[in-house]
Design a protein around this ligand. Sequence first.
Ligand code: ADP
Ligand code: MG
Length: 323
Amino acid sequence: ENTANKIAAGEVVERPAAVIKELVENSIDAGGRNIEIEIVDGGTNFIRVTDDGKGMSYEDAQLAVKRHATSKIRTAEDLTAIYSLGFRGEALPSIAAVSKFTLTTRLLDEPLASYVEIHGGIPVDVREAGAGCGTTVIITDLFFNTPARRKFLKSPAAESGHISDIVTKLSLSHPQIAFKLISNQRLILSTGGNGRLADTIADIYGHKVVPELIPVEYSHDGIAVSGYVAKPAMLKSTRQWQTFMVNKRVVNSRMLGKALDNAYFSLLPKNGYPLAVLDIHIPVDAIDVNVHPQKKEVKFSDDQKIYRAVYKAVSSSLTLPAS
Ligand code: ADP
Ligand code: MG
């Protein structure tokens, strides 16, 4: 069981940013409206994720760290399910197998929280505790018992860059949630969570980008594309400022990047990468369910159709009279 967890950990958690993605997605799934992430040294020594979501009972807190103890239904009804099918119920036990892990969680209507502590997959403490509603997971000494993996970690600055990327994208895909990211005691990202994407973009990239944003609103033949691209004054040297979502879940897709570029630069000389936050809304059956869970790229059953929709969405928003 513990070996299985350690092996599974290799698939789920390759670096601190992957741990944070799993924990924050759990916080989102639990209905958290305020999610705070704290890291020390790029998460290599300390990670904390706190949410004000629904929390867990004493029994569920112990179940949550056992393999395949998902409370989430195993259907392909949304991209979440499709994406993490292979990982259902594996994140917490996998992370706990390769770290010193504590979970403190309290249901709204319970007077006491539950506390579970696990070191390298071995439970060392389970008890009731005092705490606010919601859930806090703390991870210290990630990969302390898997030295090969620990060695594979990059510098704290590089790991912290990955984390900031992932938290940025999770924030942009959830404008209704207030996120905070604290790195070495410094607040490095904070979003207001008022539900407006333009405000979240401003929280992240600064208020001076707002007048540069061009709204994208497009819908045709069952595919809707919405969000913002920025004017050419805001061109960047990498794709880091591009966030793509499919049905509101952050995805990686070279094809989507190409569609954006080709539309954007059909009228302009190519000179960098536009800042963009785009959500593609498509029926679930248009996403390829056979995609391997480890694959970070989303696959569509009809790439061409999605490409055309994104291309048209972007090019039509660029040719509208500028405001
Ligand atoms: P999965 O998310 O695939 O179900 P995880 O290992 O990530 O698997 O989590 C296991 C279970 O623990 C979840 O199904 C959920 O019931 C519970 N859980 C995890 N994190 C939280 C949280 N922050 N708030 C409430 N419940 C949580
Ligand atoms: Mg999960």
